[in-house]
Design a binder for this molecule. Sequence first.
Ligand code: NAI
Length: 713
Amino acid sequence: MPLASESVRLSPTVSYRQQADIAVLWLDNPPVNGLGDTTRAGIHAGLKRAIEDESVVGIVVAGSGKVFCGGADIRQFNTPAATAWPLSRDVQQLIEASRKPVVAAIHGVALGGGLELALGCHYRVVAHDARLGLPEVNIGLVPGGGGTQRLPRLVGVERALDMIQSGAPVTGKAAVRIGLADAATEGAEETRDAGEVVALAVEFCRQAVISSSAHPLVAAREVQGSSVDFDARLASVSRKSRNAAAQRACILCVKAATQLSFGDGLAFERARFDELVAGSESQSLRHIFFAEREAPKFSDGKGATLRDIHRVAVLGAGTMGVGITMSFVNAGIPVTLVEREQAALDRGMAWIRRNYDVTASKGKLTPAQIEERIALIAPSLEFDALADADLVIEAVFEDMAVKQEIFERLDKVCKPAAILATNTSRLNVDVIAASTQRPGDVIGLHFFSPANVMKLLEVVRGKASSLDVIATCLAIAQRIQKVPVLVGVCEGFVGNRMLTPYWREAGFLLEEGASPQQVDRALSAFGMAMGPLTMADLAGMDINWATRKRLAPTRPAHLRYSRVADRICEKGRFGQKTNGGYYRYEPGSRTPIPDPVIDELIAACAREAGIVRRTISDEEIVERCMLALINEGAHILEAGIAQRASDIDVVYVHGYGFPAWRGGPMFYAETLGLDKVLARIRALRDEHGAHWEPAPFLGRIVSSGARTFDRKN
Ligand code: NAI
């Protein structure tokens, strides 16, 4: 008997190698050994071969590279490959019929279909730091390969339900503790490949052959009685959750495991999976899942040498400076925080500590970790303290003259090759860059408030920004766990630029007869995290007022203009911070209270504009506000301000509370049908005027017969 045979390829993504009397099937489908059609076929062929080969007594399934298996190949969903024989259940049936033990050797991750494959095996041997979970719910699905039926049989109903409904993984160590795995590697070292766990699994497999002739099947176990109140669980799923339908289906599947036979439970699970995978919630969540991964890609920057970022400096310890500083130190990157006044610096540092204390009070940080993070911050009043930073982020007042002066000084003080970034939310990055002798090193990094929480980062590419600066910023953004989107220079970049027509339409609807609360209620019911007027009150109406005043000279006279927002600001009402905006607020409270003063102000604006107010439906509110976003998004694509329509979706989902389960405004437009969207925009133009002129790009896409913005199919 050979000690180790040559490796044999059984499919493009699976190979077979015999280690003495144990066959090892290696999944080899980078990057995560996804269970696409060829991988399933390879595993099936390998199992058959090993079962039939008399020199083999047991089988180990393992993953090449960094992980065991990241799950199904999501890109194959809704394609023929997803349903090509053999399915996961065929693989599991073969394992369950095998008299030779089959052991999953798990390192890195066993997620989704990967864990389901392992659950179909007789035994699971894991690396201590592996992560095992069923995250399907995050993309709007239930596990579709028996996970909801097998996991409760192995770890109990309650624990299985928690794992399946939340999608949260457990570590290898924890997996042994809860009965999900049979053995784990020792040690505290990070596992880099399958070597150790496969050696352990091979040994485990041999022992199993010696000690038992009947190997345990998860499917044959009884589901232990549970005290889970499934109805209460169902009722507690928030309607606002991005994946509410999937969460409910997960609960029903686990409930089915407690009531139906294993086979009927599998059929129940499969039916839920099939419904969800074809439904709009999951399609939208899958779109956003891919869009997030696509957004940091920047083909012009391929091959660019990234600049080293060891130390960051943040200028200004206000709202944004504080959050930006925390984002970097949370990732272990030291920050020099520079202010011009001691009081502002002290306030900023105290704010940071308070934020960390709140996190600690939720049990998410220890006092020692807080001190470690704060020790990474070097507060300073000296501008020269910026000199040794590799990346400087300016977050001072939104005033062009102030920013220009600061960048002139940065140019003199900062070391060569430092990246000079501005966090401006609307100012022209090219003009800021021009105040330095090194515009190629200047870029916009537009964080969102609160910057330590919000995942979105608009990376604003100036016309002179060099490719390595852009590529470095996209990479550092990911290092600090942000979702970066590359955007070009224009008024408001992508996110805020689209807000302008969105808010404008909300203002028109107010004049035409809606109340602030009706507008907000309609858009919240659509799924927005908050309505546009509540959002304006939260963001501060003064900022947009200043922008409108700045842009007033360039506003075309023939376009309709609502004075509602200006009139509110003229009363000194800027939103929550002045206890009044579109709504009024009790001191210290963030709860918007409808205000008759504002109703009267809106009615007066309508009278002046000669508008006869009427009853407005919620549908009209949603349609007009959404089409305003979509049309501006199409203008943005046409101008090349965003690389892809899906980038705009990422901006809106991560920065503006757009419901992920609708996929973002551009994906939503595609689900409505771009031809229908264009027809409605044209109808609105005929009814309401030239501000509804459709983006020429949208017209061209529709005439080309394409159904999506990015892929011209
Ligand atoms: P802020 O008023 O809270 O903070 C600005 C800080 O900069 C103050 O602490 C001030 O003392 C300090 N500062 C001013 N001049 C300075 C100088 N020469 N040297 C050092 N420190 C100086 O302002 P906030 O809200 O943090 O905004 C900062 C920038 O971020 C602005 O450009 C703003 O447009 C942008 N931004 C703001 C967002 C928000 O929601 N607040 C969102 C995204 C961007």
